[in-house]
Ligand binder design. Structure first.
Ligand code: ARG
Length: 263
């Protein structure tokens, strides 16, 4: 009887030792399986902080990153920074990938590898309804704002070849809207799906269309030659095919739906 109890005791100890052992190896494994996502949390509904409900960065990109992480076996943590510093932070290894509604431009491709695009949108110009600005010609002699380092900044330089206006930049997108509301800016170039949210919250704002307004679509940036790019491409493809992407788009872009999903 005593022997039995002792035996049981020993096997219990062994069990504990084993589980302790395996759990510690698990946690070190998990550490390798973590990826830091760099983003610029100033861009609803792609990524933003819902200040009424905490400090966490939420949005389409955050959800998509987590879903892709689930499929590729990585836990994702999110790091917020200015949009303009994202690619440099990726290169220096401060973050493992960048997801920020960011398009794979030729310039950016020199410094990072991108997945296939996952979401496409157009650019328009946000103006105050009272300004009387109806067409791009109307911004002649006026002040237009864009986010530093964005394709909207590039777009603005192209527009300047057609119509003469003063170009101003800000690091964060909400500040651009703020400058229209305070009367310092007459227009802001913005992705239409992003401006939509600001229009809903600011009755005084509207958008006008700009020429050649299509964008190449948002993609995920990884370090050059990273093996993660193809892994995430596979996961993206799976999500586009099995309808998970449709669901996320419907959740964050209220029904904007799959025409916006980049093929
Ligand atoms: N789509 C634009 C670009 O690729 C702007 C993205 C801005 N993103 C942000 N999170 N602020 O340049």
């Amino acid at each position: 009887m005593k022997k039995r109890v002792a035996g049981l005791f020993i096997s219990l100890i062994c069990l504990f030792a084993l589980s302790a052992c395996s759990s510690s190896s698990n946690s070190s494994e998990n550490k390798d399986k973590q990826l830091v996502m760099g983003t610029s949390g100033d861009y609803p509904p792609f990524e933003y902080v819902d200040t009424a409900n905490g400090e966490e960065i939420i949005g389409f990109d955050a959800d998509l990153a987590k879903a892709l992480g689930g499929k590729t076996g990585y836990e994702i943590t999110v790091k917020d920074m200015d949009f303009n510093g994202l690619i440099t932070s990726l290169q220096s290894g401060k973050v493992d990938f960048v997801m920020a509604g960011m398009e794979a431009t030729p310039e950016r491709k020199k410094n990072a590898d991108f997945t296939e695009p996952y979401f496409r949108s157009d650019i328009s110009m946000v103006v105050d309804k009272k300004s009387g600005i109806k067409t791009v010609e109307d911004i002649k002699g006026k002040v237009v704002g864009v986010q530093v380092g964005s394709i909207q900044a590039e777009k603005a330089k192209e527009l300047q070849k057609i119509v003469d206006f003063q170009l101003e930049t800000r690091d964060r997108v909400p500040d651009l809207v703020q400058e229209i509301n305070s009367g310092r800016f007459d227009g802001v170039l913005m992705e239409d799906v992003v401006s939509k949210g600001y229009l809903e919250k600011n009755d005084n704002l509207t958008t006008i269309s700009v020429p050649s307004n299509e964008t190449g679509g948002a993609a995920i940036a990884f370090q050059k030659d990273s093996e993660l790019t193809s892994k995430f491409n596979d996961a993206l493809k799976e999500m586009k095919e099995n309808g998970e992407m449709d669901k996320l788009v419907a959740k964050w872009f209220n029904g904007e739906k799959s025409l916006k999903i980049a093929e």
